[in-house]
Design a protein around this ligand. Structure first.
Ligand SMILES: Nc1ncnc2c1ncn2[C@@H]1O[C@H](COP(=O)(O)OP(=O)(O)OP(=O)(O)O)[C@@H](O)[C@H]1O
Length: 200
């Protein structure tokens, strides 16, 4: 296996006067997937937000290829795709226009990203009329736009039907085959063969 690219050492996280986790260390190598599991409130979403640079670590360090990951947030943002609980869609824009917004930021082919999540037939509908599973698919279609090494996914399959979950398999596999890494918080099985589990 290749050397680790992302290395967390002794991370601690406080939310609202409560220590959510402490002493958390792990490393992720190119091509690897890490499943974040644990009870409600264990800190999975908090860890993903911390890894995305959205909340600070109270203690510990996060390194990318040996250098402080969060010292240069624009660089970290450019290599990271964070899909949180919220789908982050503009309700008045169509599915295609929502993806076009992100394609202007990152590049990539909107038509191919729509197709990857089976959204082509829904492309001209405003996001507000999509079902919750369709909205989730549109949020996830951002992953198919342009490469980024680190995918941080918070319960990516919530609300998806079985066929849509299966569609994530090739998307995840292609990302990992190209040296990408996935950290996914989940209570459900995901199509991530050989993923390691990090239980919080
Ligand atoms: N914005 C916030 N402000 C204050 N406390 C928060 C905030 N977000 C989360 N917390 C608290 O941090 C703790 C961890 O929450 P988090 O959402 O990270 O857990 P989780 O493991 O993702 O849970 P779940 O499985 O329910 O999604 C909880 O006690 C929660 O109440």
């Amino acid at each position: 296996m290749e050397a680790a690219l992302l290395e967390a050492r002794e991370l601690a996280c406080w939310r609202s006067e409560r220590l959510v986790f402490a002493g958390l260390s792990f490393a992720v190598s190119p091509g690897e997937a890490l499943l974040l599991t644990g009870a409600n409130g264990a800190g999975k979403s908090s860890l993903l937000r911390l890894l995305a640079g959205l909340i600070p670590a109270a203690e510990g360090s996060l390194a990318w290829d040996g250098a402080d990951c969060l010292a240069d947030l624009p660089a970290h943002g450019a290599r990271t795709r964070y899909i949180g609980h919220q789908d982050a869609l503009k309700p008045a824009l169509t599915a295609r226009e929502n993806l076009s917004f992100f394609a202007r930021l990152w590049g990539g082919e909107v038509a191919a990203a729509l197709e990857a999540l089976d959204l082509t037939p829904l492309a001209e509908l405003p996001a507000r009329v999509l079902s919750s599973g369709q909205k989730r698919r549109l949020a996830l279609a951002r992953l198919a736009l342009a490469p980024a090494r680190l995918w941080l996914l918070d319960e990516p399959s919530v609300g998806l039907d079985a066929a849509s979950v299966a569609r994530l398999g090739p998307l995840f596999a292609a990302h990992r085959a190209a040296g990408g890494m996935i950290l996914a918080a989940t209570h459900l099985p995901l199509p991530l063969p050989d993923a390691r589990e990090l239980r919080l």
